[in-house]
Design a binder for this molecule. Structure first.
Ligand SMILES: [Zn+2]
Length: 262
Protein backbone atom coordinates (compact mmCIF):
# COMPACT_ATOMS: atom_id res chain seq x y z
CA UNK A 1 0.00 0.00 0.00
CA UNK A 2 1.17 3.48 -0.81
CA UNK A 3 -0.38 6.93 -0.93
CA UNK A 4 1.91 7.90 -3.82
CA UNK A 5 -0.30 6.41 -6.53
CA UNK A 6 -3.31 4.19 -7.23
CA UNK A 7 -2.86 1.01 -9.18
CA UNK A 8 -5.17 -1.67 -10.46
CA UNK A 9 -4.07 -4.66 -12.50
CA UNK A 10 -6.12 -5.56 -15.56
CA UNK A 11 -6.45 -8.57 -17.83
CA UNK A 12 -4.96 -7.30 -21.12
CA UNK A 13 -1.43 -6.22 -22.19
CA UNK A 14 -2.42 -2.53 -21.78
CA UNK A 15 -1.20 -0.24 -18.98
CA UNK A 16 -2.60 3.29 -18.79
CA UNK A 17 -0.47 5.83 -16.90
CA UNK A 18 -2.05 9.03 -15.55
CA UNK A 19 0.81 11.04 -14.07
CA UNK A 20 -0.65 14.56 -13.84
CA UNK A 21 -4.13 14.35 -12.32
CA UNK A 22 -2.75 14.12 -8.77
CA UNK A 23 -3.84 17.01 -6.54
CA UNK A 24 -2.03 16.40 -3.23
CA UNK A 25 0.87 18.52 -2.03
CA UNK A 26 3.64 17.23 0.27
CA UNK A 27 3.46 17.85 4.00
CA UNK A 28 4.50 21.47 4.60
CA UNK A 29 4.54 22.42 0.91
CA UNK A 30 1.40 24.53 0.96
CA UNK A 31 2.96 26.91 3.54
CA UNK A 32 5.64 27.82 0.98
CA UNK A 33 3.46 28.35 -2.08
CA UNK A 34 1.78 31.33 -3.68
CA UNK A 35 -1.98 31.42 -4.28
CA UNK A 36 -1.29 30.31 -7.86
CA UNK A 37 0.71 27.33 -6.62
CA UNK A 38 -2.05 26.36 -4.22
CA UNK A 39 -4.60 26.43 -7.06
CA UNK A 40 -2.53 23.78 -9.01
CA UNK A 41 -3.72 25.23 -12.36
CA UNK A 42 -1.57 22.92 -14.50
CA UNK A 43 -3.26 19.73 -13.31
CA UNK A 44 -4.46 17.32 -16.04
CA UNK A 45 -7.94 17.75 -14.56
CA UNK A 46 -10.24 14.72 -14.35
CA UNK A 47 -8.15 12.44 -16.57
CA UNK A 48 -8.71 9.65 -14.01
CA UNK A 49 -12.45 10.07 -14.19
CA UNK A 50 -12.34 10.26 -17.98
CA UNK A 51 -10.45 6.95 -18.27
CA UNK A 52 -12.27 5.10 -15.48
CA UNK A 53 -14.16 3.12 -18.16
CA UNK A 54 -10.86 1.51 -19.23
CA UNK A 55 -10.99 -0.86 -16.25
CA UNK A 56 -13.97 -2.50 -17.97
CA UNK A 57 -11.94 -3.26 -21.09
CA UNK A 58 -9.20 -4.90 -19.03
CA UNK A 59 -6.58 -2.15 -18.82
CA UNK A 60 -4.22 -1.87 -15.89
CA UNK A 61 -4.27 1.73 -14.62
CA UNK A 62 -1.71 3.64 -12.56
CA UNK A 63 -2.51 7.21 -11.50
CA UNK A 64 -0.51 9.61 -9.36
CA UNK A 65 -1.96 11.08 -6.18
CA UNK A 66 0.55 13.93 -5.80
CA UNK A 67 0.54 17.07 -7.91
CA UNK A 68 3.09 17.68 -10.66
CA UNK A 69 4.13 20.62 -8.44
CA UNK A 70 5.64 18.05 -6.05
CA UNK A 71 7.53 16.25 -8.80
CA UNK A 72 6.75 15.88 -12.49
CA UNK A 73 6.59 12.15 -13.19
CA UNK A 74 6.84 12.77 -16.93
CA UNK A 75 10.30 14.32 -16.71
CA UNK A 76 13.61 12.48 -16.27
CA UNK A 77 14.81 12.30 -12.66
CA UNK A 78 18.00 14.15 -13.69
CA UNK A 79 15.82 16.96 -15.14
CA UNK A 80 17.38 17.17 -18.64
CA UNK A 81 15.20 19.09 -21.11
CA UNK A 82 12.72 17.10 -23.23
CA UNK A 83 12.48 19.81 -25.88
CA UNK A 84 15.96 21.38 -26.17
CA UNK A 85 15.83 25.01 -27.27
CA UNK A 86 12.15 25.38 -26.29
CA UNK A 87 10.66 26.50 -23.03
CA UNK A 88 10.07 23.33 -21.10
CA UNK A 89 8.72 22.59 -17.66
CA UNK A 90 11.00 20.92 -15.11
CA UNK A 91 11.05 18.09 -12.61
CA UNK A 92 10.06 20.38 -9.72
CA UNK A 93 8.33 23.32 -11.40
CA UNK A 94 8.90 26.81 -9.95
CA UNK A 95 6.48 28.54 -12.33
CA UNK A 96 3.03 27.78 -13.72
CA UNK A 97 2.57 27.35 -17.49
CA UNK A 98 1.21 30.90 -17.52
CA UNK A 99 4.43 32.17 -15.91
CA UNK A 100 3.40 32.95 -12.33
CA UNK A 101 5.66 31.93 -9.45
CA UNK A 102 4.52 28.85 -7.56
CA UNK A 103 6.62 29.54 -4.43
CA UNK A 104 6.98 32.65 -2.30
CA UNK A 105 10.75 31.96 -2.42
CA UNK A 106 12.05 30.07 -5.47
CA UNK A 107 15.15 29.10 -3.47
CA UNK A 108 12.97 26.69 -1.48
CA UNK A 109 13.56 23.91 -4.00
CA UNK A 110 17.28 23.16 -3.63
CA UNK A 111 19.08 20.38 -5.52
CA UNK A 112 18.88 18.23 -2.38
CA UNK A 113 15.15 18.86 -2.09
CA UNK A 114 14.66 17.96 -5.75
CA UNK A 115 16.58 14.68 -5.26
CA UNK A 116 14.58 13.89 -2.15
CA UNK A 117 11.30 14.39 -4.00
CA UNK A 118 12.55 12.22 -6.87
CA UNK A 119 13.41 9.39 -4.45
CA UNK A 120 10.19 9.67 -2.46
CA UNK A 121 7.53 10.45 -5.10
CA UNK A 122 9.03 9.78 -8.56
CA UNK A 123 10.79 6.46 -8.01
CA UNK A 124 7.84 4.40 -6.67
CA UNK A 125 5.60 5.38 -9.61
CA UNK A 126 8.26 4.42 -12.12
CA UNK A 127 9.18 1.20 -10.32
CA UNK A 128 5.54 0.12 -10.67
CA UNK A 129 5.36 1.02 -14.36
CA UNK A 130 8.56 -0.91 -14.96
CA UNK A 131 7.57 -4.05 -13.05
CA UNK A 132 4.07 -4.04 -14.59
CA UNK A 133 5.41 -3.79 -18.14
CA UNK A 134 7.76 -6.69 -17.39
CA UNK A 135 4.87 -8.80 -16.05
CA UNK A 136 2.66 -7.94 -19.02
CA UNK A 137 5.41 -8.86 -21.44
CA UNK A 138 5.96 -12.17 -19.66
CA UNK A 139 2.28 -12.94 -19.87
CA UNK A 140 1.37 -11.63 -23.33
CA UNK A 141 4.76 -11.46 -25.15
CA UNK A 142 4.21 -7.72 -25.56
CA UNK A 143 3.23 -4.76 -23.39
CA UNK A 144 1.34 -1.60 -24.32
CA UNK A 145 1.68 1.72 -22.50
CA UNK A 146 -0.75 4.61 -22.96
CA UNK A 147 0.34 7.79 -21.19
CA UNK A 148 -2.80 9.85 -20.62
CA UNK A 149 -2.68 13.66 -20.37
CA UNK A 150 -4.70 16.80 -20.93
CA UNK A 151 -3.93 20.51 -21.13
CA UNK A 152 -5.75 23.78 -21.74
CA UNK A 153 -6.29 24.40 -25.46
CA UNK A 154 -4.42 27.71 -25.36
CA UNK A 155 -1.07 28.00 -23.52
CA UNK A 156 0.93 30.74 -25.28
CA UNK A 157 4.17 29.92 -23.44
CA UNK A 158 4.14 26.32 -24.67
CA UNK A 159 2.54 26.43 -28.15
CA UNK A 160 0.98 28.76 -30.74
CA UNK A 161 -2.77 29.08 -31.21
CA UNK A 162 -5.35 26.44 -30.41
CA UNK A 163 -4.18 22.90 -29.70
CA UNK A 164 -5.87 20.15 -31.76
CA UNK A 165 -8.30 17.97 -29.77
CA UNK A 166 -6.19 14.79 -29.81
CA UNK A 167 -2.39 15.04 -29.82
CA UNK A 168 -0.62 11.72 -30.19
CA UNK A 169 3.07 11.35 -29.42
CA UNK A 170 5.38 8.45 -30.27
CA UNK A 171 8.67 10.36 -30.08
CA UNK A 172 8.63 10.66 -33.89
CA UNK A 173 7.91 6.97 -34.31
CA UNK A 174 10.55 5.51 -31.99
CA UNK A 175 8.34 4.56 -29.00
CA UNK A 176 5.80 2.43 -30.88
CA UNK A 177 5.69 0.17 -33.97
CA UNK A 178 4.17 2.00 -36.94
CA UNK A 179 1.52 -0.71 -37.43
CA UNK A 180 0.15 0.06 -33.94
CA UNK A 181 0.37 3.85 -34.00
CA UNK A 182 -1.10 3.87 -37.56
CA UNK A 183 -4.05 1.79 -36.37
CA UNK A 184 -4.72 4.23 -33.53
CA UNK A 185 -4.08 7.46 -35.43
CA UNK A 186 -5.96 6.20 -38.50
CA UNK A 187 -9.01 5.50 -36.40
CA UNK A 188 -8.76 8.92 -34.74
CA UNK A 189 -8.50 10.62 -38.13
CA UNK A 190 -11.89 9.15 -39.05
CA UNK A 191 -13.62 10.84 -36.09
CA UNK A 192 -14.89 14.39 -35.77
CA UNK A 193 -12.01 15.31 -33.42
CA UNK A 194 -9.08 17.29 -34.77
CA UNK A 195 -5.94 15.17 -34.45
CA UNK A 196 -2.20 15.40 -34.90
CA UNK A 197 0.64 12.90 -34.50
CA UNK A 198 4.01 14.07 -33.17
CA UNK A 199 3.06 17.75 -33.37
CA UNK A 200 3.93 19.97 -30.43
CA UNK A 201 3.66 17.01 -28.04
CA UNK A 202 5.82 14.09 -29.12
CA UNK A 203 5.60 12.19 -25.84
CA UNK A 204 7.31 13.01 -22.57
CA UNK A 205 9.75 11.01 -20.49
CA UNK A 206 7.34 8.13 -19.79
CA UNK A 207 6.62 7.49 -23.48
CA UNK A 208 10.24 7.90 -24.53
CA UNK A 209 11.80 5.91 -21.69
CA UNK A 210 9.54 2.85 -21.75
CA UNK A 211 8.59 2.67 -25.42
CA UNK A 212 10.91 0.12 -27.03
CA UNK A 213 9.28 -1.60 -30.01
CA UNK A 214 12.34 -3.82 -30.58
CA UNK A 215 11.71 -5.24 -27.11
CA UNK A 216 7.93 -5.52 -27.73
CA UNK A 217 6.98 -2.56 -25.51
CA UNK A 218 4.92 0.00 -27.42
CA UNK A 219 4.15 3.41 -25.93
CA UNK A 220 1.83 6.19 -27.07
CA UNK A 221 1.12 9.49 -25.33
CA UNK A 222 -2.24 11.15 -25.82
CA UNK A 223 -2.44 14.82 -24.85
CA UNK A 224 -6.07 15.91 -24.96
CA UNK A 225 -7.25 19.48 -25.24
CA UNK A 226 -9.29 19.90 -22.06
CA UNK A 227 -12.21 21.56 -23.85
CA UNK A 228 -13.08 18.10 -25.23
CA UNK A 229 -14.46 16.94 -21.87
CA UNK A 230 -14.55 19.81 -19.37
CA UNK A 231 -15.05 23.53 -18.94
CA UNK A 232 -11.58 25.03 -19.00
CA UNK A 233 -12.54 28.23 -17.17
CA UNK A 234 -14.19 26.57 -14.16
CA UNK A 235 -12.17 23.29 -14.47
CA UNK A 236 -15.45 21.43 -14.03
CA UNK A 237 -15.96 18.02 -15.60
CA UNK A 238 -18.69 18.00 -18.25
CA UNK A 239 -20.42 14.60 -18.51
CA UNK A 240 -22.13 15.53 -21.74
CA UNK A 241 -18.96 16.55 -23.51
CA UNK A 242 -16.99 13.66 -22.02
CA UNK A 243 -19.27 10.85 -23.14
CA UNK A 244 -18.55 10.98 -26.91
CA UNK A 245 -14.86 11.43 -26.14
CA UNK A 246 -14.92 8.33 -23.93
CA UNK A 247 -16.48 6.38 -26.83
CA UNK A 248 -13.59 7.47 -29.04
CA UNK A 249 -11.01 6.65 -26.35
CA UNK A 250 -12.50 3.18 -25.89
CA UNK A 251 -12.21 2.51 -29.63
CA UNK A 252 -8.64 3.85 -29.71
CA UNK A 253 -7.52 1.66 -26.81
CA UNK A 254 -9.20 -1.38 -28.33
CA UNK A 255 -7.49 -0.63 -31.66
CA UNK A 256 -4.15 -0.40 -29.85
CA UNK A 257 -4.72 -3.80 -28.19
CA UNK A 258 -6.10 -5.36 -31.38
CA UNK A 259 -3.23 -4.16 -33.60
CA UNK A 260 -0.68 -5.58 -31.13
CA UNK A 261 -2.44 -8.95 -31.08
CA UNK A 262 -2.36 -9.04 -34.90
ZN1 LIG B 1 0.10 15.90 -18.44
Amino acid sequence: MTDIYNFRRGTTPLLISIPHDGRALMPGQSDLMTDTGLAIPDTDWHVRQLYAFAADIGASIISANYSRYVVDLNRPADDTSLYPGKLSTCLCPLRAFAGEDLYEDAGTVTDEERDRRARTYWRPYHDTIESTLTELKDEFCHALLWDAHSIRGVVPALFDGDLPDLNFGTNDGSSCAASLSDAVAGLAAGTTWTTVVNGRFKGGYITRHYGDPADSVHAIQLELAQRTYMDEASTEYDEQRARPLQDTLRHLLQAFIGAARA
